[in-house]
Each structure stands twice: as C-alpha cells, then as structure tokens.
Design a protein around this ligand. Structure first.
Ligand code: NAD
Length: 531
C-alpha cells in the first residue's frame, strides 16, 4: 500500500517564540478551565465584541474547554477592510520574498508539530498521530506554495505579428476568504490560505466553531514567520459572520469546504454577489473489491479508511462493494472479525485506532443512522451503539459499526453518516459495482482493489467521481496535483491545491505590445488578424 511519509523530525530552531495557545493546551484540557478564545485580526488576537459565543468541547470528556466568540457583521467588516489594506502592500513584495515567509512558517510549524497536534486532537477528538497527519498534509501545500516564483511565471510569445509580442501575467485578486469544516482544522485552512497568500492576496479565515484553536495558533505562527499584519486573519463565527463575508464588497474570492447543502448555499450566494467561489461538499466514498483482489489487503484498507478518525473524513470509505457472492462472503467474514477487534481510545492514547466524535450531536446523528439502517432492513453485523469509554463516560465515543446487505434505495446508503459506520453493498457483477459510485449523488473519491491492470484502468476512466484510488483506499492527491470532488461533492470550477489553486487565486492579464519605431501608419478599420 502507498505510504504517505510523515517526516516532522526537522531540527529545532533556536528562535524566540510567541507563547500561544498551543503551548498551554494540555494544561487547559486537564484542569478543565474554560479558555476565552478570540479572533485574529491585523496581526494580533482580538476579543470578540458581539456578545455571542459558542462552546468548544473536549470530546474525550464531554466537558466545555473553551468559548469561541461569534463575530458580528461589523467585526467582519473591520477584518475585511484591514485585510484589503494589507493586501495592497503585500502584493508588492516580490514572489521570492513572499515564499521565504512561507519557508519560515514551515520551520515554525514543524518545530511546534507536537503541541499543534495535541491541541488539534483535544478539540477534534482524533488521535494525536492522526492529528499530526492533519497538520502535515496542510504543510505539504505550504511547501507547494513556496514554489510561487515559478508558479506565477506567465507566458510570452515573441513576434506574434510584425513587431508584436504578447505576454500574460497572473495578478492577485485582493481579499480571499476561506470557510472551513471541523474535520481538518489545520489541513484545509492551509490548503486554502497558503496558495492564496503566496499569490499576493490577503486572507480571512472563518474556521469551524468546533475546533478554532489550531487556526488561531497558525495565524500567530504566520506573523512570527514575517507575514505582515492583516495578510492572514481569523474571524470566528456562525452564519452571521459567513453571510457578512459572502456579501462584503471587498471580498473577491470564497473557498469553502463542508457539507453539501451549505456548500451549495455558499456557492450560490457568493457568486450572486460577484465573487469567485469554489465549494466542496460531502461524500460517500465506495471501495470496489474485485474477485482477484488480495482480501487481507482489502480488509486492512477498509478498516483504516472506514474507521480512522472515527469516519469523520470526507475521503473516508463508507461503502464496501465486493463483486460476486464468493468475494462478498469471504470479505464479510474477515471484515467482521477485524471490526470487532478495533481499539477505541482517547485522543491521547497512542494505541487507539480512533477516538471520540467531535460533539454529542455528531454522536447522536451516528446512532440515529444506525437505527435507521436497522429499520430499513440492513443486517447490522457489528453494533457500535452503547459503547462507553471507561473513565470517560461522558465523552462523545461510539463504537465501530458494520452493516451488510445494504441496498441502493436505503437512506444509510444515500446519505452521508460521517461516523465509524461501514456499509457492505453486494454487487453481482463489475458493471453493477461501477454503476453504484457513478450514480451516487456524491462524487468525491472512490477506490478499486484488484490485481488486474486492465480492469483498474477501465474503472478509472469510466467512474463518475473526482478522485480515484487503485489499491489506494484514501486517494487524496499529493499537494502538487489537485483535489476536488464531482456532483454534490463540489460546486464551482477549479480544484483545491496544485496548479488549479494558482489559477483560482489569480486572474490573468494579457499584454499585446508593439514597437512601431516611427513608421508612418494609417488607421485600420478591420479587426486585427495574424497573417
Ligand atoms: P458544515 O457544513 O456544518 O460547516 C462547514 C463550515 O460552514 C463551518 O465553518 C460552519 O461554521 C459553516 N456553516 C455551517 N452552517 C452554516 C450556514 N447555515 N450558513 C453559513 N455557514 C455555515 O460542515 P462540518 O460539519 O464542519 O464538516 C463536515 C462536512 O464537511 C462533511 O459533510 C464532510 O464530508 C465535508 N468535508 C468535505 C471535504 C471535501 O474536500 N469535499 C473535506 C472535509 C470535509
């Protein structure tokens, strides 16, 4: 199986550091103190003034560990205006100088990897090693964005006509906004912010109100790395803040990741207000297991991709599709045993396969879907409901669940559950297996496990989804390729990171120049052509 390297053992930097929330997170969680969080505007933390707050929970204990301010439209306006002003100067920095800020930011984040991951895990509930992966996958896009001097180079044609040269340049848009989900509080903000600011834009992030502390810490690290105040801002909030961002006259582009209904709303509202928008939504990722697949490999891939991070990943595998009855029988037997043996623990238990869900509401939603699946007639082979973590009885834990004989008319198949629940949908033949992900409302990722190169190639070409894995269960593309789903998994035209991100965060200006050198010329009344 393809292994994505996690190399965060870089040398420590002897630098003077800002003491941020990352340095105090463990004390905060252990003592049960409630921290008042802030916004990050114009290079510093700023207390909320709206009077509205939301609770940030510790999913391991179920207790409230912090309060996050919810910005008013006036606070949003102040942040966007400041960002617009900062952008004018930032865009004048040459690309190499901008890249150096990102390089320094990478060093600071690597130095702080452990505390960032622990802080992230304490609010999200994922395990610390998984949280390191969250930060690391974000940093890989920052690494990509450090290539901005090369990525921003335009095109040039010498002698397009007599004495005529044509060249194009990519210029920043102004203020870009990111509205991001709870499930990757480091990775997705960095996927959006790093290319945006590398291109010379300023950025206002509206992170998830469930786990805002890592985004706030990243903002501090950006400033410590030399980013001018106002270029990267964090405004916490709910729909009020989001709507103020979507309609603000100084916002040029909106990048969103979250659930599909909200993605569709953000896309239509932002574009109706003249913004460029790319909005990524929910998912139901299938894994096809062909009769020739190595079943042990397939089972390991299914449990890792299905239950890792408690299934709270947009690229989680939530549907297994064995092809043919013998494959299904053998797969289900092995899978049931493996799922029964999964180890659930707190975020800080290094031996845990996965931790708690993010909120009590998320846990209730998962439990409700399992009840729906039973009512619909699916076979519940492993029931994770009722799981209690010893000494953490109020934590938002749920066990792993496994359904067999799920059919394509069931709600548990058609809707995103976003929890540790895997559904087996048996397909009689390959064409039926191909149709399932292709006809599903979501089209984020899909995987096929097979030893047959022809079958894999044919599947990759025909399946109607945005990202395909061949013997790779979570085919999140590397930073210098692009990431994006189809159908109700993506609204807008361009993908995230890779070359599309440079296109999204810039607009192209094309210059046609001519130096007539004093020749006498007469007006031409026909459209100029090249001949
Ligand atoms: P969510 O849609 O509830 O929230 C996402 C963001 O939108 C948050 O910042 C939230 O504050 C904001 N928001 C929520 N309701 C809003 C409203 N009514 N008006 C305006 N803004 C609103 O999503 P979530 O629960 O945080 O994240 C999980 C979802 O994200 C899942 O559906 C998952 O599949 C999806 N996701 C998709 C991708 C992808 O790349 N396609 C990646 C990660 C997560």
């Amino acid at each position: 199986m393809l292994h994505w390297g996690n190399d965060w053992n870089t040398k420590s930097l002897a630098s003077k550091r800002i003491a941020g929330v990352g340095d105090r997170c463990e004390g905060r969680v252990r003592s049960g103190m409630t921290t008042e969080l802030e916004h990050f505007i114009d290079g510093k933390r700023v207390a909320g003034t709206s009077g509205n707050h939301d609770d940030v929970f510790d999913p391991n204990t179920g207790g409230v560990q912090a309060r996050v301010p919810l910005a008013s439209s006036g606070e949003v306006d102040a942040a966007v205006r400041g960002a617009a002003e900062a952008q004018r100067e930032w865009a004048n920095w040459n690309p190499q100088r901008r890249a150096r800020v990102l390089m320094r930011f990478l060093e600071l984040c690597r130095e702080e990897m452990d505390s960032l991951a622990r802080l992230l895990a304490s609010e999200h509930g994922k395990t610390v090693p998984d949280a390191k992966g969250d930060v690391q996958r974000g940093l890989e896009v920052v690494e990509f964005a450090t290539g901005i001097p090369h990525l921003l180079k335009g095109e040039y044609t010498e002698g397009a006509g007599a004495g005529i040269d044509v060249y194009s340049m990519r210029q920043p848009l102004g203020v870009a906004v990111g509205i991001t989900p709870f499930n990757f509080p480091a990775m997705i903000p960095l996927w959006k912010a790093a290319p945006a600011i590398a291109c010379g834009n300023s950025f206002v992030l509206k992170p998830s109100e469930r786990d805002p502390s890592v985004p706030l810490r990243l903002a501090e690290l950006f400033v410590e790395a030399g980013l001018p105040p106002g270029v990267f801002n964090v405004v916490n909030g709910d729909k009020t803040a989001v709507d103020a961002l979507l309609t603000h006259q100084d916002v040029a582009a909106v990048g969103f990741v979250g659930s599909s209904d909200i993605a569709e709303y953000i896309h239509s509202t932002a574009t109706a207000h003249g913004k460029r928008a790319q909005c990524f939504g929910g998912a139901k990722n299938h894994m096809i297991i062909m009769p020739d697949a190595d079943l042990d490999q397939a089972v390991e891939a299914l449990v890792g991709a299905g239950y890792g991070s408690a299934g709270e990943r947009c690229m989680a595998i939530s549907v297994a599709v064995p092809v043919g009855q013998p494959t299904a029988e053998a797969l289900v037997e092995k899978l049931t045993e493996r799922v029964n043996g999964l180890r659930i623990g707190t975020s800080f238990d290094d031996s845990a396969d996965f931790g708690p869900l993010v909120t009590a509401a998320a846990k209730q939603r998962v439990d409700d879907y399992i009840g729906i699946g039973v009512e619909e007639g699916a076979d519940l082979l492993v029931d994770g409901r009722g799981f209690r973590m010893p000494e953490h009885e109020n934590g938002f834990f749920t066990g792993a669940s496994l359904f067999d004989n799920v059919t394509s008319d069931m709600r548990i198949y058609n809707e995103e559950i976003f929890g540790p629940v895997l559904s087996v949908v048996r397909a009689a033949v390959y064409e039926e297996a191909l149709r399932l992900p292709s006809q599903h409302q979501y089209g984020n990722g899909v995987a096929i496990f097979t030893r047959d190169g022809d079958a894999a190639r044919e599947f990759a070409g025909r399946v109607d989804t945005g990202m395909v894995g061949i013997n790779v269960p979570i085919p999140v593309p590397i930073a210098y390729h692009t990431f994006g789903g189809w159908k109700r998994s993506g609204f807008g035209d361009l993908n995230q990171h890779g070359p599309d991100s440079i296109r999204f965060y810039t607009r192209t200006k094309t210059v046609t120049s001519r130096w007539p050198s004093g020749r006498k010329e007469e007006a031409s009344f026909t459209i100029p052509t090249m001949h």
